[in-house]
Design a protein around this ligand. Sequence first.
Ligand code: UDP
Ligand code: MG
Length: 316
Amino acid sequence: MDFSIIIPIYNEEANIDALYTRLLGVLESMRVSFEFIFINDGSRDQSLHLLHLLAARDERVRYIDLSRNFGHQIAVTAGLDRAAGEAVVIIDADLQDPPELIPELYQKMREGYEVVYARRRSRQGESAAKKLTARLFYRILASITNVSIPVDTGDFRIISRKVVEGLRRMPEQNKFLRGQISWIGYRQTFVEYDRAERAGGETGYTYRKMIRLALDGITAFSDAPLKGATLMGFAVSGIAFVVMLYTLYSRFISHSYEPGWASLMVSILFLGGVQLIAVGVIGEYLARLSANVRQRPLYFVADTNLPPHSETNPGA
Ligand code: UDP
Ligand code: MG
């Protein structure tokens, strides 16, 4: 099998048929053998029913129905665990990632790259707030990690078998695939495209899910927040030391001290805030540490038409 196309699905009933048609057109013109792996990530609409219909019509359509909504990154992971292709394409279901770009991605791969990601030159139909937070996030992340994670790039990309095997050997619970793929290395490159508007339906990425993804990316690939907390601790202690000297001076030498309610309040509130931030930062890392120690399966499969496979991921 040449190609596996991995498509996570969360409430995409409005897009599935159009996506299938466009993907099929592209892949058939490429004259390659391929499979589609649709992962139903606990959709509440008719998505699963549509997938059943497609699978009945076309045996190249595989589906994995997860037991509930596990989130985009886990859904893609479930697909990667089962993908049989020599090359694997990860693509969103809402047609924001144009299937027509796949031949170009593949062309680059044939030039000897293991990963070809699609970088967003522009993005349409998304709120100013989303664009701004995304821009900021990618740049902050890039500035605080050692791994060079590309900016303005989602999970739309083609990766080789080697990279898929690499991902299967990374058992972390809090997935940030685009970071993990950068971390794996080999020759990587990109092509640029203009990101279209969502074809139908609504985004499944709530702000809550976006914040979780951002924190997963940062905590998995950077210790900067921990170091920042330590540095902040030193800075605040330094300031406190100077203030202490001043206090002793005014109490015992100049004898000009006031019952200083204001300064007391300010320093207590400030110190309290700094301590809470530092504890919170530690908490973020600790939470992920404990999730990994628990070693729970990443997801459960309710139903699939894929053949049984050799266990690489427990629970898959
Ligand atoms: N998705 C998913 N699980 C979720 C949320 C989203 O599998 O909990 C899928 C969704 O169906 C789509 C892709 O992930 O194929 C990207 O989601 P979306 O388009 O909602 O994100 P956005 O483009 O707004 O960032
Ligand atoms: Mg989208």
